[in-house]
Every structure is written in structure tokens, then in C-alpha cells.
Design a protein around this ligand. Structure first.
Ligand code: ADP
Length: 564
């Protein structure tokens, strides 16, 4: 029951009771004049009480009404405040005339129109021209009180076009049917979405056009995505591969596949891992697999290249190279044989012819010869036999080196001592006025070396220097150090070596074009180089035709112990 009904009802009962009870009480008074007076007071009292009651009730009612009016005003001003100061552009427009009826500060700030300008415009005026028909179409349609109109385009005063999301609410504005609009600028979000969309499209185009198989696996190795090249390379359709483990991993490589998957899931990407895969038709193909886990570590993207052809081509190339090398070796061998034959025919025939001639002279004229003449022939035979023996030694040495390998027995030795002794021996052997100078800034050059081999090597350089230079010239033998290595250098002032012969000089049986009649086998330098290399060193030549040659052997050794 409503409050006012209850109050009126209570008043009715109480007033009636008062009248009945007070009248009954007055009736009990026997004095009629007193009764009349009391009647008058009673009526006056009743009127006073009723007036007081009325006053209290009216005051209460009025204060209640004032309170509620104030509350309405407060809430209205709050709402107005929210409208005016809302950070989002808002406005109210007339649904019939489409004129702006009110706009907030955010709208004037962002759109660039003043409030007055706004109020003189219609909502069509802030649209790009081409969007107006669509807007008019939408305005015709039936609309709910609260409407999400989705994405629209608005135009600022300076012509900038922005993407906005519109929410509107129908209301009555000063007696006019109107709509309150909130416009949220979505330009950046739309741009980001467009960019995302474009990059997705690009990625898809790349994936679809790539000639490489591209897969996405989940953490269990189940295929979640594959591209058309994957179907072409492996022969299974996408439908056959999606949702299952790769059917192209041969059973014996399952463990390897799982290992690779784990490896990339733990953030260790790999590139170009070579393995084999099986096509649907059973053929095996060679592949290079690269993979990396996606940032969520929940899936792995793998790119697989079919390298079967590349591998075949590589194998063919290697085979060709091998054949080429074999052919070169064959040619080389033939050349070697040729050089050997010419050397043998020349270097053996000459001494043999000399021996034969001396021998026949001795045979025929022995008795008629003076002892000095006989001795000369014997000496000639002796020299030529020595020459032949040396030649044979060299041939055997090089053959042994090439067939059964070196007989390398290193011991601790002193290069300075070995070289100076060789120089002395050479001085004794060579006649004429030839100078053989030995020099060494260090008094000791301790190395681990094969004495026989080093004697042969350095002796060979010395005898070449003597052989290929004029009798009056000087040959220098120096021992020294350079960059933590010992150096043996033999320098002459001889015929020199033509530059075009230098590159092949260390090949067996190879002789320079300018040797003329000077005898030689072309084996000495080949042996010397082998000796240097067996000691971990190298042989280097530097020569100018007509000026002289310098041969240097570099040998590793503990140069810090070299005594000065
Ligand atoms: P050989 O001297 O018996 O011919 P080597 O192998 O010792 O064989 O030398 C190969 C070639 O190098 C020689 O035939 C010669 O043409 C050239 N050669 C070597 N040493 C010298 C040198 N000191 N001066 C000029 N030419 C040299």
C-alpha cells in the first residue's frame, strides 16, 4: 500500500475515533453549557492538530521533492560534464535534419571545427564524399536504441581521412529525436591490421610459391601445416600429411627426426642438415633440412630442400675431378718416363762411352803409354764410375722415397757443424780458384734431423752451385735464423735459372733450359725438397739468369737455444 494511502487511512481512523470518543465523553457531562464550550474547544483543538499534521506532512513532502530535484540536477550536470570532457569525440545530432545539436571538446579539437562551425553542419559534412550514399542508406534503416555502426571514415577539417568506430544512442534532445554519437579513432589499429594482413598475404604467397617444402610441426612432430612444394617433393597430398607424423621419414631415421625436433624446440635452430627421406612411391631422396622453433616454443617451422640432383651433380663433379686428376697423373707419369728415358740415355751413355774409350785406349796402348797417361785414363774411368754411382744413388733414393716412403731417422744434431764440414769437404773436392765461403752468425743450430738426408740435401745445393757457376766465382753457404726457423742458404754467381723453369724445378728429372752440356739428372732438387719437407721445413729458390741463384732451406727448430 502506498505511503499517502496509509497516512490518509490512519488519519481517517484516528479522527473518527477522536470524534466518537470525545463526543461520547462530552455526552457524559451533565452541564449543557459546559458541553457547548468544550465542544468549541474540541473543534478548535481538532483543527489545530489537523493543521499541524498537514504542515509537517507538506514540509516533509516538499523537502523530499527538493532533494530529488537536486539529485536530478546533479546527475544531469555530471552527465553533461562527462559529455563535454569525454576524451572521445562525441556529438548529438538531429535524426531528421541530420544537423549537429551539440559537440564535445574532444570532437572540436580532433576534427578542427569550432563548436559554432559544427552546429552549422550536418553529419554528412564530416564524411568523404564517396561515403555519403552509404551513410544515407544506413540512416534510412530501422535502428535499435543503442547501435554499433562499425567502421566508418571521417574527414577532418584539414582533409585528413581517418577510420572511426561509431557507437550511437537514440535520445530525445530538447524535444527532438536525436542520437548521441561516440567516434573512436581506429586509424592506427586499421593500419596495423592492414599491415598484418599484407604481411600475412606476403608470407602465404612465399610459402605457396616456394620450391622448398615448408612444414609446421607441433611439439609431438605432428604436421600442422605444409605447402604445395611439400606435396610435390614427397608425393603425399596435404590431406594425407596434415594431422599425422611425417610419413616421409624412413623408420630407421625416426629417432633422428625426433632429435632434430627437440633440438629446434629447445631454441637451437639448425641450417642445411643433410639426411634422407622417402617419397610416397618408395624412392629415397637426399634432403637438406633447416628448422627453427616459433616464439611460443609450441611448434617448429622446417624448410626442406630436395638436394638429390645437387648431390648427384656433386658426385659427378667429384668423379670428373678424379678422372681429370688420374688423367693428369697419367700424363705426368708419361712425361716423367720421357724425361727419365732421355736422362738415362744421355747421362748413362756419356760416362759409359768415356769409360769404354779409356778402357780401349788402355787395352790397345797400355804398353806404349807413359805411366802418367795410364794414370789419367784410370782416373777418368774412376770419375765416370763415381758419376754413374751417384746417378744410380739419386735414382734409387727418389724411387725409394716415392714407392716405400722415406727412411727418416731424426736425431739431435747441430746444423752449423754439419754445414761447415760439408763446406770443407766441397772445398777439397773442387779444384780451381773457386771460393766456398761458410758463414754463420750463430755458433750452434740444434735441431732434430736425419743427418744423412740433410748432408745429401745441403751437399746437393753446394754441388749444384759449383756445377752451374764459373770456376772463378764464389759460392756462399750461410746458416742463420729467421722467424723462429733455422735457415740454410746457398748462394752462387752462376748461370741462374730462367723464370719459366722455376715452377717445375723441384720435379724429378726436370732440368732448366739453360743447362747446355752441364751434366745432371734433374733429381737432386727433388730429393732436397723432400728432405726439407720431411723435416717440417721447405725449400725456396730465388734466381736471376746470368746473375746467380739462391737456394734456401727453412727448418723448424728451437731457435732460442741457438748459441750466438
Ligand atoms: P741436376 O743438377 O742433376 O740437373 P737438380 O735436381 O739438382 O738436378 O737440379 C735441377 C735443375 O735445376 C738443374 O738441371 C738446373 O737446371 C737447375 N739448377 C739447380 N741448381 C742450380 C744453380 N745453382 N744454378 C743454376 N741452375 C740450377
Amino acid at each position: 500500500m502506498k505511503f499517502e494511502v496509509r497516512v490518509s487511512f490512519a488519519y481517517l481512523i484516528l479522527a473518527t475515533l477522536w470524534i466518537i470518543l470525545s463526543d461520547a465523553l462530552l455526552a457524559a457531562i451533565p452541564i449543557p453549557a459546559l458541553v457547548n464550550t468544550l465542544q468549541t474547544y474540541k473543534g478548535a483543538l481538532f483543527v489545530m492538530v489537523t493543521a499541524l499534521l498537514l504542515f509537517v506532512l507538506l514540509r516533509w513532502e516538499l523537502s523530499l521533492r527538493r532533494h530529488s530535484e537536486q539529485a536530478v540536477q546533479r546527475s544531469e550536470s555530471n552527465f553533461r560534464y562527462l559529455f563535454i570532457n569525454n576524451p572521445l569525440p562525441m556529438w548529438v545530432y538531429d535524426l531528421e535534419t541530420l544537423r549537429f545539436l551539440d559537440v564535445n571538446a574532444a570532437a572540436t579539437q580532433q576534427y578542427g571545427y569550432s563548436r559554432e562551425e559544427f552546429l552549422s553542419m550536418r553529419i554528412l559534412d564530416i564524411r568523404p564524399q564517396e561515403d555519403v550514399p552509404r551513410l544515407l542508406e544506413q540512416l534510412k534503416a530501422e535502428r535499435p536504441p543503442l547501435q554499433q555502426s562499425g567502421l566508418w571514415r571521417h574527414r577532418y577539417r584539414d582533409g585528413t581521412i581517418i577510420d572511426v568506430e561509431i557507437t550511437s544512442h537514440q535520445l530525445d534532445f530538447a524535444g527532438r529525436p536525436a542520437a548521441l554519437v561516440v567516434a573512436q579513432n581506429m586509424t592506427e589499429r586499421v593500419k596495423a591490421q592492414t599491415a598484418l594482413h599484407e604481411s600475412n598475404a606476403l608470407l602465404n604467397a612465399i610459402i605457396n610459391a616456394a620450391p622448398l617444402a615448408i612444414f609446421r610441426f607441433d611439439t609431438n612432430g605432428v604436421i600442422q601445416m605444409c605447402n604445395p612444394a611439400a606435396e610435390t617433393i614427397f608425393g603425399w597430398s596435404a590431406a594425407e600429411m596434415l594431422g599425422r607424423r611425417p610419413p616421409f621419414v624412413p623408420p630407421h631415421l625416426t629417432e633422428e627426426f625426433v632429435g632434430l625436433l627437440r633440438r629446434s624446440l629447445t631454441g637451437e635452430p639448425f641450417v642445411g642438415y643433410q639426411t634422407t627421406r622417402q617419397r610416397k612411391d618408395g624412392t629415397m631422396i637426399d634432403v637438406a633440412v633447416s628448422a627453427a622453433s616459433l616464439p611460443d616454443a609450441q611448434s617448429v617451422v622446417s624448410v626442406v630442400a630436395d638436394i638429390t640432383e645437387v648431390k648427384q651433380m656433386e658426385a659427378e663433379r667429384l668423379e670428373n675431378e678424379r678422372l681429370h686428376l688420374a688423367l693428369n697423373k697419367e700424363v705426368e707419369l708419361r712425361n716423367l718416363r720421357g724425361r727419365f728415358m732421355s736422362m738415362v740415355s744421355h747421362e748413362f751413355r756419356n760416362p759409359l762411352a768415356i769409360i769404354a774409350s779409356s778402357n780401349s785406349m788402355l787395352e790397345r796402348y797400355y804398353d806404349r803409354m807413359q805411366p802418367a797417361g795410364r794414370a789419367e785414363h784410370f782416373a777418368t774411368i774412376d770419375t765416370q764410375v763415381k758419376r754413374l754411382t751417384e746417378l744410380l744413388d739419386d735414382i734409387l733414393t727418389i724411387l725409394r722415397l716415392e714407392s716405400i716412403g722415406p727412411d727418416f731417422k731424426p736425431t739431435a744434431l747441430d746444423l752449423v757443424e754439419l754445414s761447415s764440414r760439408l763446406a770443407s769437404e766441397m772445398r777439397l773436392q773442387t779444384q780451381n780458384a773457386r771460393q766456398i765461403e761458410f758463414s754463420s752468425p750463430i755458433s750452434q743450430a740444434p735441431i732434430q734431423g736425419d743427418a744423412k738426408m740433410l748432408r745429401h740435401a745441403i751437399g746437393n745445393l753446394l754441388s749444384n752451385a759449383v756445377k752451374y757457376s764459373p770456376p772463378q766465382s764464389t759460392v756462399q753457404l750461410e746458416i742463420g735464423t729467421q722467424d723462429d726457423q733455422f735457415v740454410v742458404r746457398v748462394k752462387d754467381q752462376g748461370i741462374g735459372i730462367p723464370p719459366e723453369n722455376l715452377t717445375r724445378l723441384f720435379e724429378p728429372f726436370y732440368r732448366a733450359d739453360n743447362v747446355g752440356d752441364i751434366p745432371g739428372s734433374g733429381l737432386g732438387l727433388a730429393i732436397t725438397r723432400q728432405a726439407a719437407e720431411l723435416h717440417g721445413g721447405r725449400l725456396v729458390v730465388d734466381s736471376v739468369v746470368g746473375v746467380g741463384s739462391t737456394f734456401t732451406i727453412y727448418l723448424p727448430g728451437n731457435t732460442t737455444t741457438a748459441a750466438k
